[in-house]
Design a protein around this ligand. Structure first.
Ligand code: BV8
Ligand code: ZN
Length: 260
């Protein structure tokens, strides 16, 4: 299987994929790109909303200053997501959950497409766009689809009637309690770590492959572009996740057949 021009999956990776028991996968916006979800960066651009950089509108300050504007940004993105489906990369990663004894999926994505693809116990480091959270009692409420339309989405908490905000982690806000700690623990334990579709610029998420590498894991990056993590990786598969990932288990199976 050759996704990139004259680039093959190494025998090393096939062998490790074939024999691994404990795998960690970290994903970013790039894994959802082939589903039609716009990425934040890549191709040298940075996402803008009404002239604001995304890490400005998606910031703790903005929630204090203008919560309705923040809702408008996430309502717009939820509306975009309504019709989008998981792609081959999401589906392949979901299948790894039964393939390996332990396969930990950690995502920076808030789009819920991993779960739609069948992945369970996804560690959502940055929250989920399909939930709202009460600014007072912290109660969380599902946002049903089609609720992007103003007036349909709940404006106030059903428990204490205080205001609701998107249940996502904004810049300058801490991650969900225990989420990063669990991910870091699993990164230390894994033998094989895949870094799929992330520009690896946002912390502490981007430190997970560093933790895995330091603990002796084989780290493989899948991305059409180089990232600050590429030099640390044992293997870089240059190209699209939806093209490379299905090939990994295919090749491993082929190899298995030859080496029986
Ligand atoms: C915090 C939710 C503690 C909202 C998001 C250490 C050093 C420097 C800065 C910091 C640091 N520690 C903390 C910071 C500050 C900050 C940070 O990291 N800033 C960066 C910008 C320098 N971090 C925080 O604020 C974090 N909180 O640290 O709390 C704390 C708290 C209080 C006080 C003190 C400390 C919280 C960060 C989370 C913010 N929320 N998302 C929303 O979605 O709007 S981050 C958001 O942006 C995403 O979740 C993701 O994390 C990031 C975007 O990155 P990617 O997902 O990688 O996407 P991107 O578009 O950039 O790249 C896509 C890649 O895919 C590209 O490489 C492209 O080539 C590739 N690609 C494209 N197509 C494909 C593909 N790959 C494969 N296949 C394809 N087909
Ligand atoms: Zn409440």
């Amino acid at each position: 299987m050759r996704a990139g021009v004259n680039q093959h999956i190494s025998g090393e990776l096939r062998h490790r994929f074939q024999n691994a028991k404990n795998v960690l996968v970290l994903t970013g916006a790039g894994v959802s790109a082939e589903s039609g979800v716009p990425t934040f960066r890549g191709g040298g651009h940075t996402a803008l909303w009404k002239g604001m950089r995304f890490d400005v509108i998606s910031s703790a300050q903005m929630v204090q200053r203008d919560l309705p504007a923040v809702w408008e940004w996430f309502d717009y993105r939820r509306q975009l997501l309504e019709a989008l489906k998981p792609n081959a990369a999401h589906l392949e990663i979901a299948s790894w959950q039964t393939r390996f004894q332990q396969c930990t999926l950690v995502t920076q994505n808030i789009d819920g497409l991993h779960q739609k693809a069948g992945s369970r116990d996804v560690i959502e480091l940055h929250g989920n766009i399909w939930r709202a959270r009460c600014v007072n009692c912290n109660a969380r409420w599902e946002i049903p689809s089609k609720a992007a339309l103003p007036g349909i989405r709940a404006e106030a908490c059903y428990d204490c009637a205080d205001a609701l905000r998107p249940d996502v982690v904004l810049f300058g806000e801490s991650l969900p309690p225990g989420a990063f700690e669990l991910a870091a623990e699993r990164a230390e334990e894994c033998e094989l770590c895949f870094v799929v579709g992330t520009s690896a610029l946002v912390y502490p998420a981007a430190s997970l492959p560093e933790i895995a590498k330091a603990a002796g894991a084989y780290v493989c990056e899948v991305n059409p572009e180089r990232t600050p993590l590429s030099d640390l990786c044992d293997e870089v598969l240059t190209g699209k996740a939806g093209e490379w990932l299905p090939g990994i288990s295919f090749d491993a199976a082929e190899q298995g057949r030859f080496h029986k």
